[in-house]
Write a protein that binds this ligand. Structure first.
Ligand SMILES: C[S@@+](CC[C@H](N)C(=O)[O-])C[C@H]1O[C@@H](n2cnc3c(N)ncnc32)[C@H](O)[C@@H]1O
Length: 336
């Protein structure tokens, strides 16, 4: 998934740097990805460590991580379910079609009419199989993650769901084909949460804590509202031009609150090794970040030059640089 702040391209570098600090053998370590998003960082460590604890506040992220991280053994018949879902007769008046496609008169065009109906059809069938106990929880999350990934590929947006395009773009004209969201097998038990980072941190402990909070004011719940709507599939009344739903407002997207929240997080962390990914143009300055982390132990900063996320280029903003620096702040905590 093309996700703001995704560490897809940086995950091997992060893994390398973590090993440089902690050591090559992580097999007895508990690794927590507290702001997991697409789950790519936890996925990178899934077979290196004893346990991954993955967390994110957003519902769609929970689905992705519940599948990619917690699902660990082969799902019998997964491909058969995918084939069945791809071949169902389409229902005509589901929630996505009625509210986010032009043909229904909604005046919103997040998906082609065909794809909106297909999302509704698949989403409802997955829920019915779960209610009828035809599929277990692992299969349920695998199928939902497959739907989110496949729907996102045909979304008619520039990149995020804050707005839709007037005309259907080429990729949105393609018919949605449900593809398997394959996960890595693992003999260890991994867990996934959906909680506010600062609440969860008080209840867990481990060895390596990876932090990748939002670094600007853009709220993920607003930018990815439609993924939450497909996930929850609840009956609310979409409002306004974009059909936005209520969304969580993160303290990490607020200039006023970010430093205090970050300080609380580090203070309460029961982890020896803490790694923070943060952008050099983030709401919290490099100095503030360092000052906070230095209070709790041995600190160092690692920098890497990085290409800007594509969405930034489409917005008419006057950025000075084409590339930006990705920072990995490292803290070895003094006492736990
Ligand atoms: C920069 S993204 C993480 C990207 C992720 N590392 C990846 O590669 O996909 C930040 C994530 O933090 C989550 N988030 C924001 N505030 C949060 C909070 N208070 N508690 C938990 N998660 C939060 C967002 O939903 C978003 O997915």
């Amino acid at each position: 998934m093309n996700y703001i702040g995704s560490k897809l391209k940086l995950s091997s570098w992060i893994e390398e740097e973590v090993k440089n600090v902690v050591g090559d053998d992580l097999s007895q370590k508990v690794f927590c990805d507290l702001f997991a998003g697409t789950g790519i960082v936890g996925r990178t460590f899934k077979n290196d460590v004893k346990q991954v604890i993955s967390n994110d506040i957003e519902d769609y992220s929970y689905i992705l991580n519940r599948n990619y991280i917690q699902n660990s053994s082969t799902l019998e018949q997964a491909e058969e379910y995918i084939i069945q879902l791809n071949n169902l007769p389409l229902i005509e008046d589901g929630f996505i079609y009625n509210n986010y496609c032009m043909g229904s008169g909604s005046e919103r065009q997040y998906f082609s009419d065909y794809n909106g109906k297909k999302i509704d059809t698949i989403r409802l069938q997955i829920e019915k199989w779960k209610t009828d106990k035809k599929i277990n929880e692992n299969m349920y999350y695998f199928l939902l993650a497959s739907l989110l990934e496949s729907a996102d590929k045909v979304a008619n947006t520039a990149s995020v769901y804050g707005a839709f395009l007037k005309k259907l773009k080429k990729s949105a004209l393609k018919e949605l084909a449900l593809e398997s969201a394959n996960f890595d097998l693992s003999s260890n038990k991994h867990v996934v949460h959906k909680e506010d980072s600062n609440t969860l941190i008080q209840k867990i402990s481990g060895d390596i804590l990876y932090l990748d909070p939002p670094y600007n004011q853009r709220q993920y719940g607003a930018n990815y509202h439609l993924l939450n709507t497909i996930t929850k599939y609840d009956n609310f009344t979409p409002k306004g031009k974009t059909g936005m739903r209520e969304y969580f407002r993160s303290q990490y997207c607020s200039k006023k609150d970010v430093a205090e929240s970050f300080n609380e997080l580090i203070k309460n962390a029961n982890f020896k090794y803490i790694f923070l990914s943060y952008n050099n143009e983030g709401l919290m300055s490099e100095d503030t970040t360092r000052e906070i982390m230095e209070n709790y132990g041995e600190y160092k900063l690692i920098k890497k030059e990085y290409q800007r996320f594509k969405a930034d280029k489409t917005e008419n903003r006057n950025h000075k640089a084409n590339s930006t620096f990705e920072y990995l702040h490292v803290l070895i905590k003094k006492e736990l």
